[in-house]
Design a protein around this ligand. Sequence first.
Ligand code: FAD
Length: 391
Amino acid sequence: MAIELGEPDHPDIRDGVRALCARFSGAYWRAHDRDRTYPGEFVQALTEAGYLAALIPEDYGGSGLPLSAAAAILEEIHASGGNGAACHAQMYTMGTILRHGSAEQKRRWLPDIAAGRLRLQAFGVSEPSSGTDTLSLTTTARRDGDHYVIHGQKVWTSRAEHSDLMLLLARTTPRDRVTRKGEGLSVFVVDLRTATVGDPPPVVIRPIRTMINHATTEVFIDGLRVPADNLIGEEGKGFRYILDGMNAERILIAAECLGDARWFIDTARRYANERRVFGRPIGQNQGIQFPIARAYAQAQAAALMVRRAAALFEAGRPCGAEANMAKLLASEASWAAADMCLQTHGGYGFAEDYDVERKFRETRLYQIAPISTNLILAYLAEHVLGLPRSY
Ligand SMILES: Cc1cc2nc3c(=O)[nH]c(=O)nc-3n(C[C@H](O)[C@H](O)[C@H](O)COP(=O)(O)OP(=O)(O)OC[C@H]3O[C@@H](n4cnc5c(N)ncnc54)[C@H](O)[C@@H]3O)c2cc1C
């Protein structure tokens, strides 16, 4: 018996991802987690199978699949006990180039990204002093002939050490000189292969050790020269371009949460049937089976919202509210399932070999990143319910 959520779509893709993930056991993920090393073999296997190029149009060498297919891929990775965060951004960061890049930029980068020859999976938005308030970021890019010169610092730039290119958001017009508050920021493609070379190099990447194995880093930028033709779209419009990609990202992250929830529910269900205490399976106790049933119901409800958000997105209809609610509900469902699974396992939930504690740590992230729960609630309150803006 497998735990499924809603109407499982893209069954062939799901079967293929499941078969691939079966080659990467819990021991594989535990070893990388313990050593904080990059699961490169897994990423390579996904690349070779073409899954990371799912969203790139066929004209550029990708599979041209809809967002729901990418969501199915990430959900299955997480439901199998793995973690798509090692490379999920390779699937969707290119969306900014696809939507807003010039024809020449698309030809320059997308086929190589689709083939896995180029990795574009680092996204430099967050900064130490701006936090959630993206518009107050202080990294600057100043035009100098046919280049921009960039100074500043990013934090939490995940996978920067495992990326050839980084999408970077920087201020090109001082905040007090723009007429509309969302203007004055621009998006650049930074070639990390050259930017990190030199004495001293203009870009220095420092890993941050965190409670999960996420390959996240600090990025220090001092006098980096980026060719002007690496500017995406129009100067000053970068914040809008980043916002355009957020619904897709929220839906895909929500799909990872659904996968986690499935893994926790299935793992708890099996353990509750097997583990015998007082001469009977612990799952016979309602105190154990009810939380599993509740987590299942919660995950099913979240899945409905994730599928609805993806359907609206694919139909080209507005889906900001649904994408945000999908991420909110799925991240809460996965966390509730994680807590239930740990409790079901008793002391063994703390033992590394069961993978519960690793997945428990990993799924907690999604209430913080890529956007925290409070900011989703603030969005719903203001934009859907018409309440006063709170910040
Ligand atoms: C492992 C990891 C990977 C990440 N990867 C990336 C990445 O690749 N690229 C990138 O750019 N960023 C990345 N991030 C950053 C992530 O997007 C931010 O951590 C997140 O947006 C929250 O910002 P912050 O940490 O600065 O929190 P803060 O903005 O300092 O907020 C702290 C707390 O206060 C709350 N808060 C703040 N303002 C308000 C308000 N007005 N109303 C109510 N509550 C409020 C927040 O919800 C949060 O709970 C990553 C973070 C982590 C931990």
